[in-house]
Ligand binder design. Structure first.
Ligand code: HAM
Length: 428
């Protein structure tokens, strides 16, 4: 009888991170963290497991019905692997509403799970930088969050308008349009869901479906959705606060040197958005997925009782970012390597090498040992390929005399001395 061998593949749609992938991931997370902290954001985290109910009311129906990993635990509770972080952060903020001093600026880099059809830019597990501001019901917070998104791209070496573009719209403005047309709640919901699909279908088909939903209001809705500039939206919404707010956002960010474009087809699939919504699009033709998406959600904390706390934020995915950086030739990785490697000339010296390595590590020098039985020449060339700066060759003589030779591989120089002298040389 032969045992069936286990597959070396990971579970479908999730990823293994071999050291090369991990280096890329670390680089991306470092830039994310550094930029968020430059803007005064503080890091938080939570469990990947949440009660399934958290997602039932205000998330996207597509995500809840078709894309969550939900199961019943041994205590009969329905549990979901988080598909996004916004309900979690709203829960955490609502839970400490009395202790927190608002505004709160928080960021996190959670891994999220969505049972999606896999394609370029879409996997079943991804990591997502989430930056959110709670407690400010004013367009200044919307501006700050968009400037933060833009700064992250700058810190990756990307240029707004050349490699990516920021598109904005407003759910509140869309609601103002619906109110001016006296549309009832179900029509609003159906029109919004359809508008979200506008760019994914034939225009004639879209028009037909919209007129089935919106009847005589169709032409005004279409003139809004086809506006390529905020100045040409239907007149009846130009004196609303939502219009003034969006215009202020567009003008201010443009003045600050962060161009953003009005795009009424930015709807965002989540039901919790109530105000400004935005996406960052990749201008490379191979990458047709949004890199980042976000918006204002002023009522989400209501789910947990008490007065709602306004929130605005975005999610920025690692899969689309990686594609973006590679496609635009912006990827740099920091593969970590030790400063020093000790190269025993034969396996009999490996134990001595372990002891010597420890003295270097205690002095704060990261140190590896090549324990293989390769020839010294080969060990040196491998150390050089791994970007290790120094090597110490350990043979019979060095062990006896306690005088060692340190080679600097980047400068191609050599120094001799005792352990303490060499430690001083590296740390000088
Ligand atoms: P989202 O648009 O669903 O928003 O996701 C934000 C970003 O996460 C996307 O633009 C994309 O880069 C990435 N992403 C989403 N799904 C996948 C996937 N299956 N595979 C790879 N990458 C993916 C949200 O999740 C909101 N909760 C963001 C937010 C935070 N809004 C306010 N605060």
């Amino acid at each position: 009888m032969t045992d069936k061998k286990l597959s070396t593949e990971s579970y479908k749609g999730v990823r293994d991170f071999y050291p090369d992938d991990m280096a890329v991931q670390r680089y991306m997370f470092e830039v994310w963290r550094m930029t968020a902290e430059q803007f005064g954001f503080q890091e938080y985290d939570a469990s990947v497991l949440e009660p399934a109910d958290l997602y039932r009311n205000k998330t996207s129906t597509e995500i809840v019905n078709e894309q969550t990993y939900t199961f019943t635990d041994r205590g009969n509770r329905e549990v979901t692997l988080r598909p996004e972080m916004t309900p979690t952060v709203a829960r955490m903020v609502a839970g400490r509403r009395r202790e927190l001093s608002f505004p709160v600026r928080w960021y996190s880099i959670p891994n999220l799970f969505r049972y999606e059809r896999m394609q370029r830019g879409r996997l079943r597990e991804h990591w997502q930088l989430n930056c959110d501001i709670f407690g400010i019901d004013d367009v200044s917070a919307d501006i700050e969050i968009i400037l933060l998104a833009n700064e992250i791209f700058k810190n990756f070496g990307a240029e707004n308008g050349a490699q990516y573009k920021i598109h904005v719209s407003s759910r509140r403005l869309l609601e103002a349009l619906y109110s001016s047309l006296d549309l009832v709640a179900e029509t609003r919901l159906a029109a919004t869901r359809l508008a979200d699909k506008k760019n994914k279908m034939e225009y004639t088909e879209f028009k037909q479906q919209m007129s089935a939903v919106a009847g005589e209001s169709t032409s005004i809705i279409l003139s809004f959705l086809n506006a390529d500039n905020i100045d040409v939206v239907p007149e009846q919404i130009k004196d609303t606060p939502a219009y003034t707010e969006l215009k202020t956002l567009i003008n201010t960010t443009n003045e600050i040197g962060c161009p953003v474009f009005f795009d009424p087809t930015i709807i965002r699939g989540f039901d919790y958005y109530t105000g400004v919504v935005f996406e960052v699009v990749d201008l490379h033709p191979d990458n047709n997925r949004a890199l980042l998406g976000g918006g204002r959600y002023d009522n989400l904390t209501e789910l947990f009782g008490g007065e709602p706390i306004p929130g605005i934020g975005f999610g920025f995915g690692d899969v689309t970012l990686r594609d973006f950086l590679i496609s635009h030739d912006l990827m740099t990785t920091n593969i970590t390597s030790p400063t020093l490697s000790i190269l025993p000339t034969e396996p009999a010296h490996n134990i001595a090498a372990e002891k010597i390595a420890q003295s270097f590590r205690e002095a704060g020098i990261s140190t590896s040992i090549d324990l293989s039985n390769k020839k010294v020449g080969k060990k040196i060339s491998q150390a050089s390929e791994q970007f290790i700066t120094y090597v110490l060759i350990l043979g019979e003589d060095e062990i006896k005399t306690k005088q060692y030779k340190l080679k600097d591989l980047s400068e191609e120089t050599e120094t001799s001395g005792t352990l303490n002298e060499l430690i001083a040389k590296i740390t000088q």
